[in-house]
Design a protein around this ligand. Structure first.
Ligand SMILES: C[S@@+](CC[C@H](N)C(=O)[O-])C[C@H]1O[C@@H](n2cnc3c(N)ncnc32)[C@H](O)[C@@H]1O
Length: 435
């Protein structure tokens, strides 16, 4: 097999990155977006020792699950990977991949999102200047090239509208030193814009236009980031209009959100996710609960009415401040928030012999460390509810919990991210008796 050769193939399987798998001369070839059962002519683009990569030249026989993507940029933009699949087929794809990762477990049918377009409340647009022109959009897959686009079909309509004005008005002088523009919108019709870059520019006329056109804007911030890595936000910032936060609503609670605080990106499915987690845990009014990786306290606040006390732990100081403010905004008196590493907190609580009946953990994509899991286990909670946005790290971590004396009762996938490969999963684990 050589680069550039053409082959007629039938797709026999697919990977968790939505690449079809075909066999050519006994060797596996991975072909992005080719679906199982499809016949296609493919061109070999890269040959390695044990496998190769190809791309679809033309489809000979398309799957009934295939559709023409709704988004004009689906072929070039790396943001969505499943636009070529009907929504029910996207759900089936996610279900199949989760079941393959957890073959022995009780995996429930995935909870579908009520809408598969315009659902996201936060976008981070990279900004570059090319040939004296400002380029904004999303990254091409596996690249730092920006695919310029004037709208995104998974971002909220408000984000698209603000983005369009920024595209019209942002001159190369204004964009000099800028790296990203973050836009966040809320269900309460508030909006926030964060200009992220090395230095401020003359943005006053642009800001005047934005706030005149969009009364929803409550917060415009400049965030200085001079780092050379791919971390988007820097530490220093200056409020240019309004405040550094917006206020949203989640399950009847007001949620103050600093621009540095994490918040779920699909608000409708956020409610479903948290309700699922609360329903799974058998909560009782006498229970003391820990909420690890708490963000702005959204889970803890929703849990608080079912239990005696919630202690939340979060490492980002602004999010901890939000969690505390959110409890006062909502007159919740049985939640306490601590700014600390989750596993240091667990170790400290175990040393104090603090009783914890149930633990909610919701770590970032990289999941937990083995030591973090051992530290949580030293608290010996009856139940652990693990919320994860990365099934691979979740599968790894569940094995560690099982080795530490917990059993996995139920796994509930929730589709938080239609059109993309990503999926959120809630798992209930309980302590095996006698350990
Ligand atoms: C996936 S978010 C979940 C936040 C929150 N539960 C929610 O649903 O909005 C993970 C959170 O963990 C926090 N975090 C990351 N590393 C941490 C650590 N070592 N200890 C405590 N919190 C951490 C992040 O700042 C982020 O707020």
């Amino acid at each position: 097999m050589k680069k550039n050769e053409l082959y007629e193939v039938t797709c026999i399987d697919d990977t968790n990155l939505a690449a079809g798998v075909v066999k050519v001369e006994g060797r596996a070839v991975f072909v992005p977006k080719l679906l199982p059962g499809e016949k296609a002519e493919i061109r070999i683009v890269k040959v390695l020792k044990k496998y190769a990569f190809g791309r679809i030249e033309h489809l000979i026989q398309a799957s009934p699950d295939r559709i023409e993507p709704l988004c004009a940029y689906a072929k070039t933009c790396g943001g969505c990977q499943l636009q070529h699949l009907r929504y029910p087929a996207q759900l089936a794809w996610k279900q199949r991949h989760i079941e393959a990762l957890f073959p022995e477990q009780n995996v429930q049918p995935i909870l579908a999102a009520p809408s598969f377009s315009y659902y996201r409340n936060k976008a981070q647009f990279p900004v570059q200047i090319r040939n004296r022109q400002v380029i904004m959009g999303f990254y091409r897959s596996h690249s730092n090239d920006i695919v310029p686009c004037d709208q995104c079909m998974i971002q909220s309509e408000e984000i698209n509208a603000i983005f369009q004005v920024l595209q019209e008005r942002l001159t190369p002088e204004m964009a000099e030193g800028l790296r990203h523009i973050l836009i966040r919108t809320t269900r309460t019709h508030q909006a926030q814009i964060v200009f992220i870059g090395e230095h401020k520019n003359h943005w006053k006329p642009l800001i005047r236009t934005l706030i005149r056109r969009f009364p929803a804007i409550q917060s415009i911030v400049f965030n200085r980031n001079t780092r050379r890595d791919n971390v988007i936000l820097g530490s220093e910032y200056e409020v240019l209009y309004g405040s550094d936060s917006v206020i949203d609503q989640c399950l009847g609670n007001q949620v103050k959100l600093h621009f540095k605080s994490f918040y779920q990106v699909n608000p409708e499915q956020m409610d479903v996710l948290y309700q699922t987690a609360i329903r799974m845990a058998k909560l009782e009014p006498t229970m003391d609960v820990a909420e690890l990786y708490a963000g702005t306290g959204t889970i803890g606040m929703a849990v608080s009415s079912h239990v005696h006390h919630v202690t939340g732990v979060e490492i980002v100081p602004e999010a901890v401040e939000n969690a505390r403010q959110n409890c006062s905004l909502n007159h919740i008196e049985n939640c306490t928030y601590v700014c600390e590493d989750a596993s240091v907190f667990a170790k400290r609580m175990a040393a104090k012999k603090k009783r914890v009946d149930a633990v909610f953990v919701d770590p970032p994509r990289k999941g937990m460390t083995a030591q973090g899991i051992r530290d949580i286990v030293t608290l010996q909670p009856e139940q652990i509810v693990y919320i994860s946005c990365n099934p691979q790290t979740l599968a790894r971590d569940i094995k560690l919990y099982e080795q530490e004396g917990y059993e996995c009762k139920v796994i509930q996938p929730v589709d938080m991210f239609p059109m993309t490969l990503h999926v959120e999963t809630v798992v209930l684990m309980s302590r095996v008796d006698g350990k």
